[in-house]
Design a protein around this ligand. Structure first.
Ligand code: IVH
Length: 719
């Protein structure tokens, strides 16, 4: 992304605002995935890039900073699975330095605040930046009374029971310790423990890296599970204290060790380089850490540089989410060369085709890597990867290892054949389609592809489809492998297998009867839910509803689809006759159909997916058998009425109390308004519920937008 970004100095304020809103939303989402779910979707390096860009924009346009700016927050909201703990002293984050220059700038800024000249010598420490989960331990009267994760920095999650079973956390501390003492540090999982855990399958899932494994293992509801995961606590700071501690951080760490904090795990885990605070010495410590990195028993992702004297720290203080006295020097990703032995194709549960690289196993950053995702066809072509090539892979405390490209030592590339992407699904033999402008390819087999059947059935049982309580992922998987479920209509015969289900672990007469009752009740459904159940890509909740309202019953809709198939073929043939390529002819046919259909929301992409689905006779038959089990109610066509909001553009934001977002949208549309997701000069009305944030501010800034609360909206529309 860095290559295509407009330099901040050249951005117009409106573009900056838009970019900041997008980035803020992404950052909140990725922080949640990382901190709350332990399932990050992007690499740490990519996250750092997004965050950095946001900070740059905010520095250049301070007037755009919002109350809830990502620059004012750390981590993510604590998970509701744990009791909340309010930190006596907030748990902050650290600013990053990615270069010598950035380090020097930070250093000189701080020296200046302390009244010292650039280059002055001052006691400083450089410590390994441990890649784990931060934890705050609170001791009152020398007893461990609470252990909390960082959460959003203000409120963390109560994991006291789990902390009791982690090495390096004493339950009581000696009498010479302060009356109140908060010790903060990192919970890490040693690399070996991590590799063993994944290999044994004992966790019931595979963790992407030791940090995720540490987070997942710490945040268990059952502490006896945490106890089995080999976690280690290593201290790196203090929170609230009532009592005396030495005046320098280096002395405090020695003291903490004597009280039982931390563990020796085969390397001097408290590696701290005390420096005189010059850039040269700090960089030397950083280089030494980098050299030792591959031999360490645990993951590190950088070095933390800290002012050693507590007095200096207090004088420097903190900005909103980071202390001024410390900075993280982040490491680049670790890399290694290995052989790409084969490229294989995997069919995902949704039919998405993912090529996977099988590698000669290689250790990168202490973790053995033998598979790597190759994402899609373009990714392989872009790197020109061929089976047998020597490739460079990298891992940076990252979500997933990745291939950076061909190794500079690769030979024989030109003699190897280029990789050709398969044309048919390796699981069911159906065609593979990749739509224009999309990166991913999909198997067309849908309801009859064995790789997809599980996901399709889970989808049908889901809340927005037939909403069958009790028919979850696990039981569906078991029934498929026993041959009792192979297509949607089979769900309605499960009543015949009462005994088989009851014999399963976790099932008994009551739960089976409940399930069978829920299946029976699910037969009563509506046209939109029936079509939504089929799981056709892009034919989502809103599109299925629109079609159901416009076209009526299931037979009527199927009839329309048949007519569209005929028209599509005719236009396609005509275009081919005019000398068009197959792709162009197909696109022209869909464009023609979309114009003929003339329903907003039902464009060429939806039509293509719906028609492709029903073009496949296996799918069409399965859909028909499924529909025949249902009692389907028709949706009423929406008559748009004249109202005070007819023709107006309305935005809803914040939380609504008397109606859901979907209901609000439907009501506004019934009244002839257009509902939009974002504020612009074209917006006429903003309905702002409690918690409204940047949209409300933007509407106020524009000044011409009518701003209503929910009650005001109801008064205006008279309903
Ligand atoms: S000092 C204000 N020292 O890195 C927080 N933090 O990116 C100062 N971390 O939240 C913490 N190793 O969880 C410190 N040697 C170390 C560390 C370290 C890892 C974590 C810590 C912090 C995060 C910031």
């Amino acid at each position: 992304m860095t290559d295509t970004l407009t330099p901040v100095a050249e951005l117009a304020i409106d573009d900056a605002r838009k970019e900041m809103e997008d980035l803020a939303e992404k950052l909140v989402n990725h922080r949640y995935l990382y901190h709350t779910l332990d399932e990050p979707k992007i690499s740490d390096a990519e996250f750092d890039r997004l965050e950095r860009r946001y900070f740059e924009l905010e520095a250049a346009f301070p007037q755009l900073a919002t109350e809830d700016s990502p620059s004012k927050r750390v981590g993510a909201k604590p998970s509701p699975d744990f009791a909340p703990v309010t930190h006596a002293v907030p748990m902050l984050s650290l600013e990053n330095a990615f270069s010598r220059e950035e380090l020097e700038e930070w250093l000189n800024r701080n020296l200046k605040s302390l009244g010292l000249a650039p280059g002055a010598t001052v006691a400083m420490s450089s410590e390994l930046k441990l890649d784990g989960v931060s934890l705050s331990l609170r001791y009152v009267d020398r007893k461990l009374v609470s252990a909390a994760t960082r959460g959003d920095g203000t409120t963390g999650e109560d994991v006291t029971a789990n902390a009791q079973v982690i090495a390096g956390i004493p339950k009581t501390i000696p009498a010479d310790a302060p009356y109140i003492l908060e010790v903060r540090g990192e919970v890490v999982m040693p690399r070996k423990t991590f590799n063993d855990l994944n290999a044994s399958g004992a966790a019931g899932r595979t963790f992407a890296n030791p940090r995720n494994a540490a987070a997942g293992s710490l945040r268990q509801k059952d502490a006896s599970k945490t106890a089995k995961r080999g976690l280690v606590f290593l201290p790196h700071g203090i929170g609230e204290i009532d009592g005396d501690l030495p005046g320098h951080w280096s002395q405090i760490t020695d003291q903490l060790k004597t009280w039982g904090f931390g563990r020796d795990i085969g390397f001097d885990e408290t590696v701290t380089w005390t420096t005189n605070g010059t850039v040269d010495e700090i960089m030397k410590a950083y280089d030494t850490a980098l050299v030792h990195r591959p031999d360490l028993p645990f993951d590190i992702d950088g070095v933390v540089v800290k002012f050693d004297a507590i007095e200096a720290r207090e004088e420097l203080g903190a900005v909103s989410r980071t202390p001024r006295w410390g900075i993280a020097q982040k490491f680049p990703a670790e890399r290694a060369d290995t052989r790409l032995e084969a490229i294989e194709i995997q069919i995902g549960r949704t039919g998405r085709i993912t090529p996977v690289g099988r590698l000669q196993p290689v250790t990168v950053g202490g973790v053995v890597v033998s598979n790597v995702t190759l994402h899609n066809e373009d990714h392989i072509a872009g790197l020109d990867l061929r089976e047998g090539d020597l490739v460079t892979i990298q891992r940076a405390g990252d979500v997933i290892p990745q291939i950076v490209g061909l190794s500079s030592a690769n030979t024989g590339h030109d003699e190897r054949p280029a990789f050709s992407f398969p044309a048919s699904c390796t699981a069911c033999g159906s065609g593979i389609v990749r739509a224009e402008g999309e990166a991913d390819a999909y198997c067309e087999g849908s309801l009859h592809c064995p790789a997809q059947v599980h996901e399709r059935l889970v989808h049908i049982a889901g809340r927005d489809a037939l909403d069958i309580d009790g028919l979850g992922d696990k039981i569906i998987g078991e029934l498929i492998s026993e041959g009792l479920l192979s297509e949607p209509a089979d769900i309605f015969s499960l009543g015949e297998h009462r005994g088989t289900i009851m014999a399963k672990e976790g099932w008994g007469p009551t739960s089976v009867d409940k399930l069978i009752g829920a299946i029976d009740a699910a037969r009563q459904t509506t046209v939109d839910r029936a079509f939504y159940s089929l799981g056709i890509r892009h034919f989502g909740r809103s599109a299925t509803k629109t079609i159901a309202r416009e076209w009526g019953s299931v037979p009527e809709i199927l009839e329309r689809i048949r007519n569209l198939q005929v028209s599509r073929n005719a236009v396609y043939a005509r275009e081919l006759g005019l000398g068009q390529t197959s792709d162009k002819a197909s696109a022209a046919a869909l464009k023609f159909l979309a114009e003929a259909v003339a329903i907003p929301d039902i464009g060429p992409v939806v039509l293509r997916n719906v028609l492709d689905f029903f073009d496949d006779t296996d799918n069409a038959q399965r859909a028909k058998r499924f529909f025949s089990q249902l009692e389907i109610e028709i949706l009423q066509k929406v008559e748009v009425s004249q109202s005070p909001v007819t023709g107006k553009t309305v935005v809803f934001t914040g939380s609504l109390e008397t109606m859901s977002r979907d209901e609000a949208k439907a009501q506004a549309e019934r009244l002839g308004a257009k509902v939009s997701g974002s504020i612009s000069k074209k917006t006429d009305i903003l309905v702002a519920g409690p918690g409204a944030g940047s949209k409300l501010k933007k509407a106020q800034d524009i000044g011409t937008i009518e701003i209503l609360d929910e009650a005001g909206w109801h008064t205006l529309v008279g309903q």
